[in-house]
Ligand binder design. Structure first.
Ligand SMILES: [Zn+2]
Length: 477
């Protein structure tokens, strides 16, 4: 299309175009300690609202904003108001832990060269998808977003979330969340052929530059003290999130732009393309976690989902080990679930499982993703990589034992402690020594009789507020 010569009825040409979806990956960049941004399991601030949910919420809000275009302000003659035929399609959500000091010159003031090189090292499918990096900078101290021709950054999402959205308990349609979605669109559209700013042209005759007037200045000098001169173009720095606009030429340019692969939607927006995406640890230590969590929160546009699990001989194999197959269809969106409960499935020790998530909606049969998880039960695990050491010492003596065994433990500070004994294979509970019992920080010993237990390997499991630690022992009569 010749975007500056769409004729007297540009909307009829543009609205004849198929709806195109720009494939987007969202990346959250945390501090080394796993705090300071949304993570795989939480909001980086003690809450359970995680990065997969955040990414899907922001992309959905951006798409809601793309459902209606508004009149363009401050341009004469006023361009036609054509429907957007562009949407975002969430492809994946990724998490990064880094030393922020290496990519910023101050806690929230980013050194642009450093952060673009950091981004370039962490791209996913860079030739066909846009990667959007969410850092944890503050409004006012850092740019709110940036684009570099292929990738985009958003700097203030987590700051706004922890500073306003969460403490003020704002609902999903709050100003902050919408402004993140709008900024995301602005940056992604920079990468897809719109490089307009108030002071910069994108070669569209219907979007003139407007030096200095992206924002209303009350009691300021003309012309920005007059609402009639203020732009609401998405690519100008306007702050009016409810009624931003793009001109016919700009919408046309988005359609013409082909550097980033666009997914065509043949369903007239009735329901958008599907994308199955889920997180699953590649190895689960059952003695440490006792659960196998799968998070499909970032799977996109499904109205129902299907999960399938079976045991395979090795990672990468599709061969079913007989008697281990289980599957089920579920209504609604895939979320974060404990697979054992969700599918009534018993995982066994030292075995490899193939897990598939398929998602479906009224327009598309399905899209699927497969991951593998290895179950380990005999691990003598400490905490995870980001866990402070609360259980400083844990061991059983004598080992092996036939009658009385001493469980020795020491906490870093007084707190509630749960101590349980499990059978190594299967993690089955065989004894509870303490349940949420207030325990001093001095070295302690708990004596317990193992005379009734069959010979074999066992572990003691110590659970504090943030840590699970286990230690093995054997029973020999
Ligand atoms: Zn910009």
């Amino acid at each position: 299309m010749d975007c500056n010569n769409l004729g007297s009825d540009p909307c009829s040409i543009l609205e004849d175009q198929p709806i195109l979806h720009i494939p987007v990956n969202i990346h959250f960049v945390m501090n080394m300690d796993g705090k300071g941004n949304f993570s795989e399991t939480g909001d980086g601030d003690g809450g359970t609202y995680n990065g997969y949910q955040r990414a899907e919420d922001i992309v959905n809000l951006a798409n809601e904003q793309l459902e209606e275009n508004y009149p363009v302000w401050a341009i004469n003659p006023t361009p036609e108001i054509c429907d957007f035929r562009i949407r975002l399609a969430l492809q994946g959500v990724y998490f990064h832990r880094t030393n922020y000091a290496l990519i910023s010159s101050a806690p929230v003031q980013f050194n642009h060269n450093n952060f673009w090189s950091y981004i370039n090292q962490n791209l996913v499918n860079a030739s066909s998808e846009v990667s959007c990096f969410f850092f944890n900078g503050e409004i006012g101290n850092s740019p709110s977003g940036q684009a570099n021709g292929a990738q985009a950054t958003i700097l203030f999402d987590w700051f706004n979330y922890t500073g306003h959205e969460k403490p003020e308990n704002l609902g999903p349609n709050n100003w902050y969340r919408n402004s993140v979605a709008r900024t995301l669109l602005h940056e992604i559209f920079h990468n897809n052929g719109l490089w307009k700013h108030p002071f910069q042209t994108d070669d569209c005759d219907d979007t003139p530059t407007l030096p200095g007037c992206w924002s209303y200045v009350e009691n300021g000098p003309p012309p920005c003290n007059d609402w009639a001169n203020i732009s609401n173009n998405l690519m100008d720095y306007n702050q009016w999130i409810d009624e931003w606009s793009l001109s016919p030429c700009q919408i046309c340019r988005l359609h013409n732009y082909t550097t980033i692969y666009l997914i065509q939607d043949d369903n007239e927006g009735e329901c958008a393309p599907l994308n199955s995406f889920f997180a699953l640890p590649s190895r689960v230590c059952l003695s440490y976690q006792l659960n196998v969590w799968m998070d499909g929160s970032a799977s996109y546009n499904e109205t129902e989902h299907f999960i399938e699990i079976y045991q395979v001989p090795s990672v990468g194999s599709n061969d079913v080990i007989s008697g281990t197959y289980q599957s089920n269809w579920f209504d609604g969106k895939a979320g974060r679930v404990e697979l054992g409960d969700y599918l009534n499935y018993n995982f066994g020790c030292g075995k490899v499982y193939r897990v598939k998530l398929a998602v479906s909606n009224d327009c598309y049969d399905w899209d699927e993703m497969i991951r593998y998880v290895t179950i380990d039960c005999a691990c003598d695990a400490g905490g995870g990589p980001n866990t402070p050491v609360e259980v400083e010492e844990l061991f059983a003596s004598p080992n092996p034992s036939s009658s009385n065994i001493n469980i020795n433990y020491k906490l870093n500070e007084a707190q509630n402690l749960t101590l349980t004994i499990h059978d190594v294979c299967g993690g089955q509970l065989v004894g509870t020594l303490k349940e949420q019992e207030w325990t001093d920080a001095d070295p302690q010993v708990y004596s317990w009789n193992v005379g009734a237990l069959p010979d074999g390997l066992y572990f003691v499991r110590a659970v504090t507020n943030t840590q699970v630690r286990t230690a093995q022992f054997s029973v020999q009569h």
